[in-house]
Design a protein around this ligand. Structure first.
Ligand code: HEC
Length: 234
């Protein structure tokens, strides 16, 4: 396309112009902030701290690491919720139609049809901030300010009687909220093999290893030798 033999020169210049325009569109014009510095693999550009911050939004449930600055009250959350969320989740989190309930369901987890809600099921309050911040409102996620997300989090926790009406959510208060179902989760895996250390040197000869007990013999799993439809715990 860039050959310069005379009979193709007109085409060639036009093609060059196009190619330059395209390059401008993709590299320079689309990202005026990033310098032309090559990226890690020799192409693209190195992401700026601002670009990374835009993606780095995760919040850790247990200790709330990653919660941003900002603050929000239950009462402000009530009005944001009415505008942005109630159409699907109901004014009090009761759920419209088939959209999920955000409140209630306490004590139903062992029922035939358990109602899993923020109040009955979720183990961590900071996760509520994280979920709303990344996924809601469903039609237009990533449009809420941190203050609004904090306010919505406070309101939904209040709907579930987990925090009082004067609660203010922020990065310090949310990790301290004790969720009702927190202790029903197993926080340490009780299966012995998950705690086993992998052997990296001077390991036993596989031929010398004897199986001394199995999950089946300890009555931990259903019988696995027969056809599936007759599988019953012993
Ligand atoms: C157009 C309907 C719609 C709107 C508006 C909406 N949501 Fe949702 N929301 C959903 C649906 C559907 C789900 C379930 C998504 C899934 O399970 O993947 C959901 C899930 C949730 C959950 C998780 C529930 C759970 O226990 O798993 C929360 C919390 C939540 N929404 C909060 C909000 C908040 C706060 C707003 C307002 C800012 C909002 N939603 C607006 C439809 C909506």
């Amino acid at each position: 396309m860039f050959r310069s033999d005379s009979h193709r020169s007109v085409v060639s210049s036009a093609a060059k112009l196009l190619a330059l325009t395209a390059a401008c569109g993709v590299i320079v014009c689309a990202s005026p902030v990033a310098a032309a510095e090559p990226g890690h693999f020799g192409y693209g550009t190195v992401a700026t701290p601002e670009q990374i911050a835009g993606w780095d939004i995760d919040v850790r449930g247990g200790d709330g690491a990653g919660l941003p600055a900002g603050t929000g009250s239950v009462s402000k959350g009530e009005s944001v919720f009415a505008d942005q969320c109630a159409a699907c989740h109901g004014t009090f989190g009761e759920g419209e139609g088939r959209f999920p309930k955000l409140a209630g369901g306490k004590g139903t987890l062992k029922d035939d049809r358990p109602e899993l809600t923020v109040g009955s099921y979720w183990p961590f309050a900071p996760t509520l901030f994280d979920y709303i911040n990344r996924a809601m409102p469903m039609p237009t996620p990533h449009t809420l300010s941190a203050d609004d997300v904090y306010a919505l989090t406070a309101y939904i926790l209040n709907l579930n009687d987990i925090v009082p009406g004067d609660f203010v959510a922020d990065k310090d208060s949310l990790p301290k909220v004790k969720m009702p179902n927190h202790d029903s989760f197993l926080w340490k895996d009780p299966r012995p093999d998950t705690a086993a250390r992998p052997c990296m040197s001077n390991c036993a000869n596989p031929a010398d290893i004897k199986i001394t007990s199995t999950a089946e013999s300890r009555n931990l799993t259903p019988r696995t030798t027969g056809p599936l439809d007759t599988m019953q715990p012993k």
